[in-house]
Design a protein around this ligand. Sequence first.
Ligand code: LMR
Length: 398
Amino acid sequence: LFASVEMAPRDPILGLTEAFNADTRATKVNLGVGVYYDDNGKIPLLAAVREAEKVRLESAPPRGYLPIEGIPGYNTAVQQLLFGADSPLLAAGRVATFEALGGTGGLKIGADFLKRLQPDAQVWISDPSWENHRALFEAAGFKVNAYPYYDATSQGVNFDGMLACLNGLPANSIVVLHACCHNPTGVDLTAEQWPRVVEAVKARGLIAFLDCAYQGFGDGIEADAAALRIFGASGLDFFVSSSFSKSFSLYGERVGALSIVTESKEEAARVTSQVKRVIRTNYSNPPTHGAAVVAAVLTTPALRQQWEKELGEMRERIRAMRTGLVDKLAAAGVSRDFSFVTRQRGMFSYSGLTSAQVDRLRDEYGIYAVGTGRICLAALNSKNLDYVGNAIAAILKG
Ligand code: LMR
């Protein structure tokens, strides 16, 4: 049965962690996967999460099945975070939200539902995009294309190219957009550019699917929701996948959501009934623990305040590492201007390192980065910054 099964290539991101874990060098650093490590190189357990978990465990709740769509209070808290507690969308009941297995789970349920809805549509992702976007939509049966996004010369967005592409797409094309902290480039659209994207989506009858995995890691929880709010005010129907993996440091609990903005409460009810079928045939219903913890933190004022403080500290630490790396490279004699790293948002930098340079970093220094040159600044700390900076400098100098 399996004689003809070929060995699949390693996952471009999670496969790096496999290789990193097998590396025995004490100085190794994993700048590959998008995970936040604290200054001691540990994945933090947030104090707000710890407190909510304690309360939950003490109450020894029974472990029944959740509803197919997940914990209702969690789904409401997700909607409020994405669209704002006072959003007219929520008051009108236009949003259907489903607890999902991380942001990836939200994307997958959305992709499967879209395939039933628009079987002939094609998907457009940014060039470049998160590696798994293409694979995931292809696995759902779609042809996946790319719209222009990153401009290597300006280290910014090729916005004219992007708009020209969107304005040439057939109706019902599915356009995947990064709501904030673009992965992998760290380069976002501005508050002035988003309305023009909305205009194009409207004019061409496109279907927007916003991926929001890093809310709070750019400029703050509210500021990072700007694109969602602009889409929310547009009258359009659209999809949002969201994740608490990073913002709650709950990677392994797989806490995310899919939210679908519809035209009316009645439409939301019909959409909900169909998405529930998609979920039921995938994994039946979602797990309880992570979503219960997140819902408790988001809806308990003292815990919410604590979480916002901790999220702010993570954001600030990453910013300090951006500046630290740029300073370190300059101090190590690198003449290339790396100041763009401080202008990028979120966990990542599209560093400009070539795939050969990435290979050398791994082979010679045990420093792991994605083959495209994407590095995760959230894995830098006061102890490894010199090592990483000097290694990159040495490789850049040849
Ligand atoms: C990443 O881009 O590194 C993260 O989103 C983790 C993942 O699942 O790829």
